[in-house]
Design a protein. Structure first.
Length: 59
């Protein structure tokens, strides 16, 4: 299993409060999306040059 980039208990609580359950693959898939978003942001900032801090505009 790959590294998890989300707080599992927080995600499950949010889903449960909405009246739903999380499937066995949901957390890992969500985590993969987060990882991909962060990597894309890093690449965006790398290619623009100069900046060392990721901000909301980099998502």
């Amino acid at each position: 299993m790959a590294e998890v980039f989300v707080v599992v208990s927080k995600v499950k609580k949010m889903v449960k409060e909405a009246g739903f359950r999380t499937g066995v693959d949901y957390i890992q898939s969500l985590s993969s999306k987060v990882e991909s978003m962060v990597k894309d942001s890093v690449e965006k900032v790398k290619t623009s040059g100069g900046k060392k801090t990721l901000g909301a505009e980099d998502l």
